[in-house]
Design a protein around this ligand. Sequence first.
Ligand code: FES
Length: 231
Amino acid sequence: MLSSWSVLGIIVAVIVAVAGFATVAALYRTRRAPGTQGTGTAFAPDQGRRQLVQRGMIALFVAALAGVVASAIDYVWPSVTGSTGGRFRVGSRQAVNSRIAAQGGKPYYDISGRFYVAEYPAQDLPAAKKAYPVPQLEAMELGLVALSQKCPHLGCTVKWCKSSGWFECPCHGSRYNAVGELERGPAPRGLDRFALREVAGEVEVDTSTTYLGPPPGTRTTDQPAKGPHCY
Ligand code: FES
């Protein structure tokens, strides 16, 4: 399934192409030689104007093609870091934990940064230390993990499924446990994650530093689905 950006790019490209073609056709009709209006036969275009129109057509075609190509690239090779690079303070650790608890364990979603902050169980740290590189452990040692909302399969937005207690992708059914490790589906890895640290008593997520999600088979926590899946 195409991501929303891909669909938007294709729509814009098609609109540009259609509008450009209609404009050029209208220009041609209004530039016919005197005495030939309405006949649709004799045609005496000025050479310079004709070249100008031809170049305009080429430019419009290239613009439309660029839109389609950009959308295709986004489709087959969704960006890893997205366009949300920046640092986001989400409150103290206690505040984050309280928000998660208040929502029945649902990871906290930051709408500005478009990421989730989930709890990482302290008892699973020994397993995490065997599976994750050091930079990612800094967040886990704080009991948290910042996860991208972008499915690493083809870039759809994963949703939190309340009934299963997993992240699930509505596009092709990839499923991830609550710390973003791949459980099922065609995704090539777990959810990508962002640098998370504590700064001046607040949790800061840096979405300009992205770590690729763990490879399939990585399961450092025991988090089976709690109930029915959403997708
Ligand atoms: S985009 Fe295909 S499973 Fe998520």
